[in-house]
Design a protein around this ligand. Structure first.
Ligand code: CLF
Ligand code: SF4
Length: 493
């Protein structure tokens, strides 16, 4: 087990800015890889500059950087069968949670307050709770005000695409270089099963007529963004029996039109949310069905697999939402932005990140060199920084990695209910965690007690805390080579 070069606490502390600054200025890094670039070899430098601090557009960045959403855009111009308008937009948020809706002025105050407290903040997104392009006046006013006060924050928008072509030029003028379009179909017949109506050009359309218009506008918007060099991510909601097979076609279409990423998300369907699908019993896919479809899409448009389907008022690293700490009643009436904390954090991360990339490359090389031809599915308890650094019982999600002859890949995450609450754990909760880990070979965590470890073993899932605080890939490569005969497997049962 190796100690981190810089502790996660020094990266993420909300209380000790002096310590953070001291860490940033102290240097003291023993690694020969300090300062090395984390840019993948096969990526264009200009694109890397755009995505390297964006937690959604770069899987690697999501270990270090945070986004926040401001819920300034409640109005929407279409109806999705998985959405109940009383709740957040399900395209970019978990349904069933009501947001605090903000004016652009309130949003600015909130962004400055978060920037002062959350040094990882790098992106401001507007993802509803309706449609950011349809509710354009408020979206634009928010972006303009925030860009004036915090010029280095990246601006990001999510839309259903219907009103998008009307605003591409303004998005480019405002330097918005990350746009997400939710595209669930390229065949209007499929679309008619997902969208009962749209509101376009002052009138309401239904059925195939509606989805033909939506499809044309989505494709036009995507092409216009690509022509301007704006990076696009396509979100698709996987709806079993409705569009799951069809998403293969969607992936081809969006790749041909220059999409940078394709994010296939599972339908979240629950009668309690009051949406049409929930009320009519339409189910969402399970984790293995989602992974199987994502695996079939490999080789097409590049996939995003680390989406957390976050709320329209989410704040923080994707792994942990701190939105509830920043409701308007907790923010001072007057806020002045102080850039120093975010700047100090960036200095720390630049060093840690170079070290991580070198470790990752060595780990991948070891897995490939093992030449076993076999795969290992590993669930990792982490709270950020790319390390195995969370206790099993404190985890609210596990990050899933696959080690195979092609290397080590992040393939998704599994949300769970936190098992340990102040020193004791509920058996029923543990049963739920074990069910969520279906198909996993080994769990990696910073600490685990004998009781949960034994129960996991009983369910055919091994668990170990022998690699606590190691980089995730370093730990997985050690497991992989041990599993296939190179070294004994440490401390797993
Ligand atoms: Fe927000 Fe979306 Fe921008 Fe990210 S979220 S507007 S691209 S800053 Fe990210 Fe959240 Fe998934 Fe969205 S994890 S739901 S993909
Ligand atoms: Fe709901 Fe978003 Fe669809 Fe509008 S685009 S209906 S807010 S899920």
């Amino acid at each position: 087990m190796s100690e981190p070069m810089i502790s996660l606490e020094s990266l993420t502390s909300t209380k000790s800015f002096d310590q953070l600054l001291a860490t940033a200025k102290s240097g003291g890094c023993a690694s020969s890889s300090c300062g090395s670039s984390a840019k993948p070899d096969d990526m264009d430098s200009a694109i890397w500059e755009k995505i390297k601090d964006h937690p959604c557009f770069s899987e690697e960045a999501h270990h270090y950087f945070a986004r926040m959403h401001v819920a300034v855009a409640p109005a929407c111009n279409i109806q999705c069968n998985y959405c109940n308008r009383k709740y957040d937009c399900a395209n970019e948020s978990r349904p069933g949670v009501v947001s605090e809706k903000l004016t652009p002025e309130q949003a600015l105050r909130k962004v400055m307050a978060v920037a002062n407290e959350v040094p990882q903040l790098s992106v401001l997104g507007i993802a509803g709770p309706g449609d950011a392009c349809y509710d354009w006046t408020k979206t634009k006013a928010t972006f303009e005000q925030v860009a004036r006060e915090i010029p280095d924050i990246k601006l990001c928008i999510s839309t259903n695409g219907l009103a998008l072509p009307d605003h591409v030029a303004e998005l480019a003028d405002m330097n918005v270089d990350h746009v997400t379009i939710t595209i669930n179909m390229v065949d209007p017949e499929v679309g008619a099963k997902i969208y009962p109506w749209i509101f376009y050009d002052h009138r309401r359309y239904t059925g195939i007529e509606a989805t033909q218009i939506l499809h044309k506008r989505q494709m036009l918007g995507l092409e216009m963004l690509t022509a301007r060099g704006i990076l696009t991510k396509i979100n698709s909601v996987m709806i079993p029996g409705i569009n799951d097979e069809h998403l293969i076609e969607v992936n081809k279409w969006v790749k041909e039109r220059g999409a940078f990423l394709h994010n296939v998300m599972p339908l979240i369907s629950d009668p309690a949310h009051g949406a049409y699908y929930g009320l009519t019993g339409q189910r969402g896919p399970n984790a293995m069905e989602l992974k199987a479809l994502q695996d079939r899409l490999e080789g097409g448009a590049k996939l995003m697999r680390h989406c957390r389907q976050c709320r329209a008022d989410a704040v923080g690293l994707l792994v942990s939402d701190r939105g509830q700490e920043f409701t308007l009643d907790q923010i001072p009436g007057e806020v002045t932005y102080d850039a120093s904390k975010r700047e100090a954090y960036r200095e720390v991360v630049a060093r840690e990140r170079g070290d991580h990339v070198a470790a990752k490359s060595a780990a991948t090389g070891m897995v490939k060199a093992a030449g076993s031809g076999k795969s290992l599915l590993v669930a990792v308890a982490t709270k950020g920084g790319g390390r195995v650094n969370e206790h099993f019982g404190h985890s609210k999600e596990f990050q899933i990695y696959e080690a195979s002859p092609t290397g080590i890949s992040f393939v998704g995450h599994r949300k769970v209910e936190q098992y340990c609450l102040g020193g004791w754990g509920e058996d029923a909760t543990l049963d739920g965690v074990i069910a969520a880990l279906e198909g996993i070979d080994i769990v990696l965590c910073a600490k685990i007690g004998d009781c949960p470890k034994d129960q996991l073993t009983g369910a055919g899932i091994r668990a170990t805390d022998a690699y606590g605080y190691d980089y995730i890939e370093t730990a997985i490569s050690a497991l992989y080579t041990a599993e296939f005969g190179v070294e004994p497997l440490a401390a797993t049962t």
